[in-house]
Write a protein that binds this ligand. Structure first.
Ligand code: UD1
Length: 417
């Protein structure tokens, strides 16, 4: 199995081009099922989660093509209603396809998604949303059957949590439903705004972008459309943490600085100088970061849970004590055992990590999940000696050419096949 070999101690300098957002492109691909015409999505990252989503579309009977950064989807074709167990296992977020399949065919069948590396990730809110819109849900021997023979009907939905995925499910199911749907306590992540922009361009009637109340007037049909996917704020945060760990001065291109405000604020407190341009962010990191007394991940616009592992990795060699509180997922600290192998001094109590900054050194480490793997890469860039990282297929789920992009700004990093 390929491994990533990282030798720390090189400062990072130069330009990085950030790819399109993984967490946008997945729901956008699900949305293409609702479009009666050709869809072109630009700025798509070449990552395995996108590949798996294209396999899902293909297995449903939809033709797709991926060339350079553009995915073309021909949404005109008749579609199947079942997502196989294999596909569901590969990518939990395949649940986002259910709303679209159900809206288009009045029926959708999936296998029950299991727990995953971040702890139990139930889909009860997705199910409640679809029931509110008139679907019947039955479960039989590991399969879930969603039906709405007479079509979905608009309703008021009060989400018990501002779940990103469940907000997307609600939007996708409601956009062609009969009547009006109001989603209260909706997630406000930028990727939700991207989905709303895409659907409105395709003919939808949705208001409430960036708001926790979204109103959707159902339309009969959506058209083909061209759309540019927003930049990946978590990939950007990874490079910001990387320069924080290794020190140096980099410019991120193709970013929306407003989407990164909470990460910018934390790294500024840690001693980085950060300047935002229109679509760029300059970050200069000192030789050694300062500790940050308290960070808590919460729904947007607060600090993103997905950036937590990389920021904790950078802070693990800062001067002094930092505290990170994980406010979204139950089990997001598995990577910390790997940082400890590198010399980090981190104590975990429940959902709180107390980080006592120490010098780090290279070690043999594993990825347990996508962002946990990225955390090890960030730590390794600032460590003395060489780190060998295995299970790097997790990184391919969400990063387009991570090691190449880091090598271009001076990191000593490569993949050993
Ligand atoms: C999305 C992102 C993921 C990010 C997360 C939180 C994608 C593909 N993934 O995941 O990278 O970490 O948002 O920003 O966009 N919950 C329930 N029941 C449900 C749904 C969620 O209890 O039916 C809970 C989850 O267990 C979690 C919390 O709600 O504790 C937030 O999850 P959610 O916002 O739904 O995350 P995802 O959409 O899965």
């Amino acid at each position: 199995m390929p491994k990533m070999i990282i030798t720390g101690g090189k400062t990072l300098n130069g330009d990085v081009f950030i790819s399109g957002a993984k967490n946008s492109v997945l729901p956008l691909l699900a949305a293409t099922l609702l479009c009666d015409g050709e869809v072109k999505l630009y700025n798509c990252p070449d990552i395995s989660d996108v590949e798996n989503s294209l396999h899902i579309l293909n297995s449903l009977g939809i033709e797709t093509a991926f060339k350079d950064d553009c995915i073309t989807v021909n949404g005109r074709m008749p579609i199947n209603t079942t997502i196989s167990e294999n596909m569901m296992r590969k990518m939990r977020s395949s649940v986002v396809f259910v709303g679209s399949i159900l809206a288009r065919r009045g029926k959708a069948v999936i296998s029950t998604p299991g727990g995953c590396e971040l702890g139990p990730r139930p889909i009860d809110i997705h199910i409640d949303v679809l029931k509110s819109l008139g679907a019947t849900v039955t479960e039989d021997r590991g399969k879930m059957l969603f039906t709405a023979e007479n079509g979905l009907k608009g309703n008021t939905i009060d989400l018990k949590l501002p779940s990103v995925g469940a907000t997307e499910t609600a939007i996708l199911a409601a956009v062609t439903a009969q009547g009006t749907t109001v989603i209260n306590n909706a997630a406000r992540e930028p990727e939700i705004g991207d989905l709303i922009d895409f659907l409105n361009k395709a003919g939808a009637d949705i208001i409430g972008k960036n708001s926790s109340t979204i109103t959707i007037k159902g339309v009969n049909k959506l058209n083909g459309v061209s759309h540019r996917v927003i930049p990946d704020r978590i990939e950007a945060a990874t490079f910001m943490a990387a320069v924080g760990s290794a020190s140096g001065s980099i410019t991120l291109h193709n970013v929306i600085p407003a989407h990164l405000e909470s990460v910018t604020e934390v790294l500024t407190r840690a001693g980085c100088k950060i300047t935002a341009g229109d679509n760029t962010l300059d970050i200069t990191a000192p030789k050694s970061l300062k500790s940050v007394c308290f960070i808590k991940s919460l729904p947007y616009p607060s600090f993103p849970t997905d950036a937590g592992p990389m920021i904790c990795a950078a802070l693990s060699k800062a001067e002094g004590n930092s505290v990170f509180c994980e406010g979204i997922f139950e089990n997001r600290f598995r990577y910390i055992s790997e940082l400890i192998k590198m010399g980090a001094d981190i104590k975990i109590e429940g959902n709180i990590a107390v980080i006592n900054g120490k010098p780090l050194f290279g070690a043999e480490c594993k990825s347990f999940d996508l962002r946990g793997g990225a955390a090890v890469v960030v730590a390794a860039l600032g460590a003395r000696g060489t780190t060998v990282l295995s299970n790097i297929e997790y990184l391919n789920r969400g990063y387009d050419n991570l090691s190449e992009k880091l090598a271009l700004i001076g990191a000593d990093i490569y993949i050993k096949e």
